[in-house]
Design a protein around this ligand. Structure first.
Ligand SMILES: Cc1cc2nc3c(=O)[nH]c(=O)nc-3n(C[C@H](O)[C@H](O)[C@H](O)COP(=O)(O)OP(=O)(O)OC[C@H]3O[C@@H](n4cnc5c(N)ncnc54)[C@H](O)[C@@H]3O)c2cc1C
Length: 476
């Protein structure tokens, strides 16, 4: 029987194991090795005093369907919940106030004139500069550029500082001066390439919709842009774990190094044992993978080490609703860097999703760290809670003691999609193809969100299953 080892039990490793098991017609001997005493990696939900707290991701995008499909495949349909679409306003902290992001913003680009013109977030000069976007010539060069470069060029500095940097670079905890447009937001490059600019693309899209209005379709009508699970995303992890054959998972054990021995891979574990496999899937952060494979291919290890990671932290605070004077009437707020605050954003978790706080309480989740403030995220849990409370006092006026406080630190937890990322990944993929039986999966390569990780896992599982000569067609 072919032996397959998967190193790393985050969503990438788990989904690989699950799909391998589901789609291989011949039984495979799969072992998943996970360093921690629990599965899930960055997916970490806790249920405490009636609150559902997410330490890492709190939801997944449904436009990329693989996470939703996996939940459905696992029978979690009844527990799927969408974000609260009636209260999805995002606020921006600017000049000592929270300003709603104008209605109709497509991330950085306004799609509706009136709400944009009425907004007090952007100055009149800033608005005029953004409006000029329609007149600007198209960039001819095809090479990658940074988010900051793109936004400054098309929409101006104010749009970058107040909208694009906190909102878009924030998703990746990235420095906008380094974040790759090609890898992170290719749709905006496409709008410029195809239509000459963002505003022109939006206008054409609107005209096309007026000519032939298309509804969302029965499938999409009930699907919100982001979804999660009633008991937290850990439910997805637990559901996968429950479907894996017993004996598949080795918890609390980690790989120390991997060598190639007689056409197989020998994985040395920290308990002194060794595991031999015909196929090995590294679903570990890319810098861990780099250390593990340095003996097999030092050049590949070097390339993997070139993918930077930054540290972030989240602090969830639960309060009695009566202690929060301001209505939490949106999904939360982001904080531009030049506001000189110590947090980058705050999600109003119990407004964003139902079932996140007990009756009479509210749950807020504060984000700390990222590319421009890593040291803040590396403080201990108590210091992080103090920091979050200080910031919420200053921004939202909350002085009460929280009824729940929980901090999660993600040291070097966020891969950075720097300018040139795609070229680096193409080189990595090419080198990997030279190593029979060696596979990479995870957030550092082809997309950093949960659906991207699952897509990667499906690709690897399909490849291995087909190699064994007996695979079911995968309906993912
Ligand atoms: C704060 C935060 C918020 C996020 N929010 C969202 C969101 O809302 N939506 C979204 O789609 N994505 C979000 N993401 C991204 C998403 O969570 C990750 O991309 C995804 O969970 C990564 O999964 P993974 O399996 O690739 O890696 P990981 O989850 O990092 O798993 C890797 C696993 O490898 C294990 N490991 C490490 N070394 C070894 C070793 N030597 N041997 C064995 N095991 C080892 C680790 O313990 C870990 O369990 C967020 C990330 C963070 C940090």
């Amino acid at each position: 029987m072919r032996k397959i080892a998967i190193v790393g039990g985050g969503i990438s490793g788990l989904a690989t194991a699950f799909y391998l098991q589901e789609y291989a017609l011949r039984p495979l001997d799969i072992t998943l090795i996970e360093r921690a005493p629990r599965l899930g990696g960055k997916i970490a939900s806790a249920q405490e005093s009636g609150f559902v707290v997410e330490g890492g991701p709190d939801s997944f995008l449904t436009r990329k369907p693989s996470a939703l499909a996996l939940c459905r495949h696992l029978g979690l349909n009844d527990d799927l919940i969408g974000c609260n679409d009636s209260k999805k306003t995002t606020y921006v902290w600017s000049g000592g106030q929270l300003h709603p992001l104008p209605e109709g913003m497509m991330l950085m680009a306004p799609t509706m004139a009136l709400p944009f013109l009425r907004s007090r977030l952007i100055s009149w000069t800033g608005k005029a500069r953004m409006g000029m976007e329609a007149l600007l010539p198209q960039r001819r060069a095809n090479d990658d550029e940074s988010l900051a470069g793109f936004v400054r060029r098309r929409l101006g500095q104010e749009a970058l500082d107040k909208i694009a940097a906190p909102l878009m670079a924030g998703i990746f905890a990235a420095d906008p001066e380094r974040l790759s447009m090609q890898s992170a937001f290719p749709i905006f490059l496409e709008m410029e390439r195809k239509h000459g600019g963002l505003l022109r693309a939006i206008l054409r899209q609107k005209r096309a919709q007026q000519r032939s209005p298309v509804g969302p379709g029965p499938e999409n009508a009930s699907r919100s842009m982001f979804m999660t699970l009633r008991g937290g995303l850990q439910q997805l992890v637990d559901a996968i774990a429950a479907r894996l054959h017993p004996q598949t998972v080795l918890l609390d054990r980690h790989a120390l190094g991997v060598a190639r021995v007689h056409e197989r891979y020998r994985i040395l574990l920290n308990d002194g044992s060794a595991l031999y496999a015909d196929e090995i899937v590294f679903a570990t952060p890319s810098y861990v993978t780099a250390d593990l494979i340095r003996e097999i291919d030092p050049a590949l290890a070097l390339k993997l080490r070139g993918i930077r990671h930054v540290s972030t932290a989240t602090v969830s605070l639960g309060f009695h609703s009566r202690d929060i004077a301001r209505p939490l009437d949106g999904s939360g707020f982001v904080v531009p860097r030049n506001e000189n605050r110590q947090i980058t954003a705050c999600s109003w978790s119990s407004t964003k999703f139902n079932h996140r706080a007990p009756e009479g309480c509210a749950l807020l989740r504060v984000f700390v760290g990222g590319a421009r403030a890593e040291a803040l995220a590396e403080q201990d849990g108590a210091a992080l809670v103090d920091l979050a409370r200080r910031e919420l006092r200053a921004i939202l006026g909350i002085t009460a003691t929280p009824v729940l406080a929980k901090a999660y630190r993600w040291r070097k937890g966020n891969p950075q999609y720097d300018v040139g990322h795609q070229a680096r990944i193409a080189e990595i993929d090419e080198i990997v193809a030279w190593h029979p039986g060696l596979h990479l999966a995870g957030a550092a390569y082809h997309g950093a969100g949960i659906p991207d990780c699952i897509d990667d896992a499906v690709k690897v599982a399909r490849f291995i299953a087909q190699k064994t000569g007996a695979s079911r067609e995968m309906a993912v």
